[in-house]
Design a protein. Sequence first.
Lengths: 113, 970
Amino acid sequence: MELTLAIAIGVLFGSGIWLILRPRSFQLITGLLLMSYAVNLFIFAMGRLWVDQAPITATADIDPAQFADPLPQGLVLTAIVIGFATTALYLVLMIGARGLSGSDHVDGEEPRE
Amino acid sequence: MLLASLVIVPFIGSVLAALLPQDARNRESSLAIAVTVCGLAIGGMLLPQVAGGEVLREEYAWLPAQGLDFVLRVDGLAWVFAMLVLAIGLLVVLYARYYMSPADPVPRFFSFLLAFMGSMLGVVLSGNLVQLVVFWELTSLTSFLLIGYWHHRADARRGARMAFTVTAAGGLCLLAGVLVLGHIVGSYDLDAVLAAGALIRGHELYLPALLLIALGALTKSAQFPFHFWLPHAMAAPTPVSSYLHSATMVKAGAFLLLRLWPALAGSEEWTLLICSAGVCTMLLGAFIAIFQSDLKGLLAYSTISHLGLITVLIGIGTPLAIVAAIFHILNHATFKASLFMATGIIDHETGTRDLRLLSGLRHKLPITATLAIVASAAMAGVPLLNGFLSKEMFFAETLLVGGDRNWWMSVAAVVMGMFGVAYSLRFISVFFGGPRELPRDAHEPPHWMRFPVELLVLTCLVVGIAPGVSIEPLLHIAVLAVLGEQAPVYDLAPWHGFNLPLAMSLVALVCGVLLYVVLRRHFALQQRERVPLLHRFNGASAYEATMQQLTRAAEWLLQRIGTRRLQQQLLLIMLALLLVPPLLAGAPPAWTAIPQQDFDPFFAGLWAIGGGCAVAAAWMAKYHRLAALALVGGTGIVTAATFLWLSAPDLALTQLMVETVTTVLILLGLRWLPPRLEAMATQPPQRVWLRRVRDLSLAIGGGLALAALTYAVLLHPASETIADFFLLNALSGGGGSNVVNVLLVDFRSFDTLGEITVLSIVALTVYALLRRFRPAPESACIPPQQRFAADPANRQTPAEQANSGYLLVPGIYLRLLLPFMGVIAVYFFMRGHNLPGGGFVAGLIFAVAILVQYMLAGTVWVEKQVHLRAHRWLGGGLLLALATGLGAWAFAHPFLTTHTAHVNWPLLGELHLPSAFVFDLGVFVVVVGTTMLMLVALAHQSLRAHRLPGEEAPEDVPADGSDTTGGRKI
C-alpha cells in the first residue's frame, strides 16, 4: 500500500514536472493539475495511511489512535478547493494571453531562434 | 495620555486635513493651526514639571514578547525641542496659508506637514531607541513627500529621491547602531542606555555602534560628505524648506547626538569623528554659500554650515560646548526660519529668487527688507543679535580645544565666521542698488504672511539684547537634561568685556566685509555661476553617478543571471527543489518501522490506471488537448478513489466534484486555444533532443525524490500532533462527529473564512479579466464543427436542440435531474456536521446541478428561466459567514466562537443547531457563487464572440445568441 502510493505520487509529480517545463500554456495547466494531485496526496500521506478508520467519532468517549488523522484531511480539503480557484485563474490568464499575444507559448511569443 | 496625545493629535490632524476638499485653504490652515496650538497648550501644561527637572514617562505595551514598550519620555531637552517644533510649526502653518497658491493641492500639503510634525514630535519624545528610529524614518518619509510636493517638476522629484535615499539609508545605519547599542546595554530603553555610558564606552562594540549612529545623525543633519542632499531639497515649497530643512528636521541629527551624548560622548573617537565632519561641513558650506545665485541655495548652504558649527560643538563635547550647541540650535532656528520666509515673500512677490536679477528691493518691500536685514545680521553674528551670542560661545570653545599651541580650530572658526559675514552681505544685496525689471511688480505681502517673520526677528533681537531673561530659563531646562550634574555655570550676556572671542568676532566681521567687497569688485561675484575651486567636487553628481552605476550593475546582473523566459525559471525552481532540500536536511532519524498496510492488488491496479493516465496525459498534452484533459480527469478520479480508500470520505467527495467542475471549466477554455504549430524546422534536432533529455531526467529525478520521501515518511511513526485534540473534542466541543467538517467550520473556521474570501476574490478577478477578454482573431469566428452544413442541428440554437431537436430525450432526463441534485446537495449539506459532506461539497454539487442545465440548453435559455446573480451569492455568503463570526461578540465571546443550541421541535424531536451550521451555509453559498460566476462568465465568451462571425463563417448560419439579449452579463 505505502509503496504503491509513494510510487503513484512520484509518477504524478514527475509527469507534472515534465509538463510544466513544456512551452505551451495548455501543457503547463495540465502539469499544474497533475502536480497538485501529487502534492495533495503527499500532504495527505503525512497523516499516514488508514483503511476503514474515517475520522468520524460517533461517541465522545473514543481512543484517538483508532482514527485517521483529520488534520491533513482538513488542510487538503482546503487545498483542493483553492486549487480549483487557481486553476480557473490560470485558465483565464492563459486564454487572455493567447487573445492578446496571438500565441499560446508560455512566454507570450514564439521563440526567436 | 497627555504625552501620547502630543504625538497622536498631529497625525489625526493629518488624516483630517487629507479629507478636506481641494479648495478649502482657510479650513486646512485653521485645522493645522488648531492642532499646533493644541500641542503648544499640552507642552505648556508640562512645563512646571519639566522645569523642576522631572522626567515624565508614559508606557504602552508594544512588543512585550521582545521587551519593547512604546515609551514617551519628556525631559528638558525633549521639551525644548518639542516646543521648538511646535512653535516654528505654528508660524510656518500661518505663513503657508498665504504662501500656497489656491491652484496647489493644499489638503495634501497640510496633511504631509502635520504628519511630519507628528513624526518629529515622535522622534523627540521617544523613550525607546527602536521607536525613535521608527519615527526618524517617518520624518524621512514625510520630508520626501514634502520635497516632492510639486511632483510635476523634475527637480522636485530628483531632490526628493536624493534626500530620501541619503536620509533613509542613514536611518537604516542608525537602526543597526541602535540594535548594537541595545545589545551592549541589554535594553532599548533610553533611561537604561543613558545610565550605561561607562559600560558602552568600554565595550568592544563601542566603535561600530558609534560609527553607525553617527552615520544616521550626520546624514540627517546634512554633514559632509552627505551634505549634498540639502540644497536639492530646496525644490520643496518654501514653508517646507523653512520648517524641515532649516529649523527642525535637519536638527534631528544634532538632537540625536545630544540625546546620546551621556551614553556615547567622552571618547577620542567621538571627538575625532564628529568634530572633523563638523569642521569640513561648516567651512565647505559657508564657502559655497557665498557663490550661490539662488536665494534658497544660499540659505541651504548656510544652513549646512551652521549645522556643521553645531556638530563641531557637540563633537568638542565639553559641558559649555553642549550649552553653546543647544543655544545655537535655537538661535539658528529663529533667524534661519525667518530668512527662509523672507525669501519666500521675495519669491512670491517678484516671481524670482535669482540673486543675479534681484536688486533694489528695499524700495518695493521696505518692511520685509528691514526684517531680512536684521535676520541676516543675526546669521552673520553681529552684536546685539542672538547669532552673535552663540557664535561667541563657539569661538570661546574652539580656543580651548587645541590648548595653547594648536590654533587650527580657532582659525577655522574665524574663517567660517568670515564666510558667514560674506554670504549674509550677499543675501541682503538684493535689497540695495537700483530697482530692476522683474517678472512681477512687487509689493508688500499680506500682513499675516509677514507676521511670522516679524515675530521671529523680534525674538532674535530680544534674545540678542536680553538673553538672561528671555532664553536663559529655557536653555537651562534643556542643558540640565543633557548634562545633569555636569551642567556648567555660564553667563549669557551681550557684553563680557574685551576678550579673545570678541576679538575673533570682530576679525570675522571686518574680514568678511572685506572679502565680500573684494569678491564683488574683482571677481564679479554678482554674476558668478560656479563655485570657484570646489565646483568639481559635486556630491550630487557623485550621488547620481553612483545611482546610475548601481542601476547599470543591476541591469547587467539581470541580463546575466535573470531571464524573462518562464521555462528557464521553472527549470531553476525545479532544480532547486531537487537539490536544496538534501543540503539542508540533516541525518535521517533512526529507522523504526511501523506496521504497514497490506499490499492490495486492487489498489495497485487502481494506480496503474491513475499513473498510466498521468503519463499519457503528459504525452498527449502536446498533440491532443481533449484527450489529455480526459486523461487528467482519470487521474483525478483515481485520486478521489484513493481518498475514499484511505479513510477520507470528505476529501473523496470534494475531489470528485472539483474534478467535474475543473474539467468543464477547461473544456470551456479549450475553444480559445490555437491549433498546434507543426514542429519548426529552425531548431537543430540535437538541441531539441538535448532539451528533452534534460527535462525528462529532471522529471524522473523529481518524481523519484518525492516518491522516496513519501515512502520514507510512511515507514516512520507519526510524530505527536494536535490531531488527537481535534478527535477528542469534535463531538463534545464542536457538536459534530465528522471531525474534518468540525475542523473546517469550527476549530479552524478563521482559516476557512480566509479561504472563502480568497475564492470570492479569485472569482471576481476571473470575471473582471474576462470582461476585457479579446479572443485571437482566428478563434473569434464560429468553429468549423458548428459550421458543418450537412448537420441540421447547426441551424438550431442549443435550446431548440434540447427542446425539440436531437437532444430531446437527454433534455427531459437532465431537467428532471435538477430537483434531485438539489435535494442531494441539501442532503450532503445537512449531514455535513456528522457524516461526510458539508458546505464545500454541497456547494459544488449544487453548482454542477445548474451547470448541467447550462450544458444542455445553452446559456441563453437557462438565463431566460432563472436569474442567478452569482455576485450576490458571493457577497451574501461572505456576509453570512462573517455575521456568524461577529455574532459571537454579542455574547462576549471571541470572534467565530461557536455554540450549539439544542432545540425541541414539534414532530422532529430534538435537533441540535450549531452556529457553525450557519457558517457552513455561508461557505456553501460562496462556493456556489464562485463556481457559477467563473464558469458562466467563461461560457458567455462564446456568446460575445459570436457577435463577430468572422470572415469564414457562412452567412446562412444564425449566430446563436445574437438575436437575444446577447451581451447580457450574468
